[in-house]
Design a protein around this ligand. Structure first.
Ligand code: ATP
Length: 684
């Protein structure tokens, strides 16, 4: 039996020696005697067939080698499975590569690079080398003891094993290749295949994620541009291509400043100042854009811009408004459209504007035709919900049998004749907007109960449904009925009244703001395109004094009648018959001040009367007399056009109402107690 071959392993450390021995024993089994030496322990030449040592001992090991022994210097590799941990480190990060010597560190670096680890910046670290103490992550092949202090995370990639070529060389040198080669190579190939499979799965996963990301990026309706730290474009999606009319392939990896017009993205990188929803002009287009820094582990790695073409946004908005308009779900009136300069209407407008800004339910009360719906629309347009829908429903105009389904909607098959697929009610249609419930006093009691639930729960259940849908609406209700009276008659639920009457708003009737009548007449004449019509004084006086029970709607109808029947002058006989015959102003309906005002206005302006009464009052307080001429003088000073003749005629009118007493000769005229009372009312 031939003598067993002998192999000596000479290394610098015990650990490496042990590792090599283990690896070679697995291959050589008992065919070879393996002895290990740590170089520092060696004193004499080693007599063996072959010596295996490491590159770092090249030059040192020779003195222990006999003439007939050969030396193989080990080439080393890493355990492939440890690489996976490195792939996960973020790109561009600085990492210490720690080994016991410079050479070992260089070798490990080469091994890592060859294995494809090139996305991180490796800083070699070994005893005696100064490294930046800001670097907190270290990689080491089982040489943890050399990792500098201050490093917070260590990735141990395991020791560097003998690579296949070294093992084959050892086998050749020992003349054992024939027997072992196949076994060895197949084991290595198995390992490689396993690694490849793992890598392949990883690559596929990454590819899949990338593909998905690309699809998403290209399908969003916003333009997206991403540049890296070097200001090179890395992402330029489909919308960006369409907007700039530039192909992505022409800009990718190119400098953004050179390729994308008007870009400000590089400035975000340079200054660190981000823009959120900024408006920007690009050529003749307008965009809203957001530009932000992109960070990874606190370090800035690039900048991202997303933008939307505003013309597109405007179109979408217009489309939406058109759709709402087509459905009638739009409020067209604003406060500016409410005609009137009287104190009463101005007060109502001021209050309505205040109420508009709150979110609570508003109850508008006022006689029929006073403009309650006009106010409801103006409130909606003045509120934060102006862009959303305004859905109006007249509770009196819809038959009771239909009202419930109109309000709450119904599910498919809820009743015979129900539309397939069901239908949303006005509450759902008004979602995020305002619902206007006109003539709420006419709502049947059973529907009032359902409405109360909707208002309390803020959710609606369609007829025949089992699920509720949450709704976000603002309710404006209106009525011309006395709801308190209806409550007493058990026709209106008291709890619903209090739910609705959170913010009450009273719209004045026309008889209480007669001074707006001429304005309104002119407005309606314009609307009917009949500004050419001249209304005679007598006719105007008639219209002024008429008892407008139907309020503005009645006045509007009256003006329409005139426009149909008159050519140029509107005389008394041109008025609608009902207006000519009866409906004279009902004295009992007007309070005293109104009656007096109406009478006085037949001749001159209230301002003139106020001035005259004021002068008389002043004289009375000073215990003096004042004549027509002096009153006319004061009028001039106050820029009121009144001759002493005019003062005379007006004083007569005032006397008829018992407001003044005209004295004879130098006695002059005196204001009466009633006159003082009325003057105070006029001045308030
Ligand atoms: N101040 C105003 N200025 C101009 N037009 C007005 C004004 N007020 C009301 N109108 C017009 O009068 C008509 C009646 O108004 P609206 O329908 O708003 O009244 P309403 O109080 O809701 O009536 P109803 O109680 O009968 O439902 C409408 O044609 C409206 O355009």
């Amino acid at each position: 039996m031939s003598k067993k071959k002998e192999l000596a392993i000479i290394t610098m450390s015990e650990a490496t020696n042990h590792l090599f021995k283990e690896q070679l024993t697995e291959v050589l089994k008992d065919k070879v005697n393996i002895v290990g030496y740590v170089i520092n322990d060696l004193e004499e030449v080693v007599q063996v067939d072959l010596i295996l040592s490491t590159n770092s001992l090249n030059g040192k090991v020779n003195k222990y080698v006999s003439k007939d022994s050969e030396v193989v210097f080990a080439r080393r590799s890493l355990d492939i499975s440890s690489l996976e941990k490195l792939i996960k480190i973020s790109t561009g990060k600085q990492v210490l590569l720690v080994n016991n010597t410079k050479l070992a560190a260089q070798e490990t670096e080469t091994i890592l690079k060859e294995a494809g680890i090139d996305h991180i910046e490796l800083i070699l670290s070994y005893p005696g080398k100064e490294v930046d103490d800001e670097i907190k992550l270290a990689i080491t092949p089982e040489e943890v003891e050399y990792v500098p202090e201050g490093v917070e995370q260590i990735i141990d990639i395991g020791s560097r094993v003998l690579d296949l070529t070294t093992i084959v060389e050892v086998l050749i040198k020992l003349n054992l290749l024939d027997e072992k080669a196949n076994l060895l190579v197949s084991k290595h190939i198995r390992q490689l295949v396993k690694l490849n499979k793992e890598l392949d799965t990883n690559i596929k996963k990454v590819e899949k994620a990338n593909k998905m990301l690309e699809t998403v990026i290209n399908h969003v309706h916003d333009g997206i541009i991403y540049i890296n730290k070097r200001e090179e474009v890395e992402v330029f999606n489909q919308m960006a291509e369409d907007f700039f009319e530039i192909k992505a392939e022409d800009v990718i990896n190119k400098n953004v400043v050179d390729k994308v017009p008007n870009t400000k993205l590089h400035q975000v990188l340079r200054t660190g100042l981000e823009d959120i929803n900024a408006l920007q002009n690009v050529g003749d287009k307008k965009i809203v854009t957001t530009r932000v820094l992109v960070k990874q582990d606190e370090a800035i790695i690039g900048a991202l811009a997303t933008f939307k073409d505003i013309t597109e946004v405007k179109k979408l908005e217009q489309n939406l408004r058109k759709k709402l308009k087509d459905k009638g779900h739009i409020a067209k009136y604003r406060f500016n459209d409410i005609i009137g300069e009287s104190e009463a209407i101005n007060k109502a407008i001021k209050k309505a504007k205040n109420l508009a800004k709150s979110e609570s339910t508003i109850l508008i009360q006022g006689e029929s035709g006073t403009g309650k719906e006009l106010f409801a629309q103006a409130i909606h347009n003045y509120s934060n919900r102006a862009e959303a829908s305004f859905v109006a429903i007249n509770c009196a105009a819809i038959p009771e049998s239909l009202l419930e389904s109109e309000l709450f909607g119904y599910e498919d098959g809820a009743f015979t004749g129900a539309k397939k697929g069901g239908r949303p009610g006005v509450f759902e249609q008004a979602h995020t907007g305002t619902i206007f419930l006109d003539e709420i006093g006419d709502m049947p009691l059973n529907i009032q109960t359902r409405l109360l639930r909707v208002l309390q729960e803020k959710e609606v259940m369609r007829i025949g449904a089992t699920k509720v849908a949450p709704i976000d609406i603002r309710v404006i209700a209106a009525t011309n009925k006395d709801l308190k009276r209806l409550i007493n008659e058990n026709k209106f639920r008291e709890d619903l009244y209090y739910r609705l009457n959170v913010l009450p708003l009273e719209i004045p009737n026309l008889n209480n703001r007669r001074e707006d009548i001429p304005l309104l007449i002119n407005f309606f004449l314009q609307r009917f395109n009949r500004e050419d019509l001249v209304i005679t004084k007598g006719t105007m006086s008639k219209l002024y004094n008429y008892n407008w029970e139907g309020n503005i709607r009645e006045l509007e109808n009256c003006v329409e009648y005139i426009t149909q029947t008159c050519n140029n002058k509107v005389r008394l006989d041109a008025l609608p018959p009902y207006l000519k015959n009866n409906h004279r102003i009902n004295d009992g309906d007007l309070d005293e001040l109104e009656k007096i005002k109406v009478d006085l206005k037949e001749l001159g302006d209230i301002i003139e009367y106020k001035l005259i009464l004021n002068e008389l009052y002043l004289a009375k307080q000073l215990d003096e007399h004042i004549g027509r001429r002096e009153i006319a003088k004061s009028a001039k000073i106050n820029e009121v056009q009144l001759s002493s003749q005019m003062v005379r005629s007006r004083l007569k009118k005032l006397e008829k109402q018992g407001l003044v007493k005209i004295g004879r000769g130098r006695q002059g005229t005196e204001i009466t107690d009633k006159g003082i009372q009325i003057l105070k009312k006029l001045n308030s």
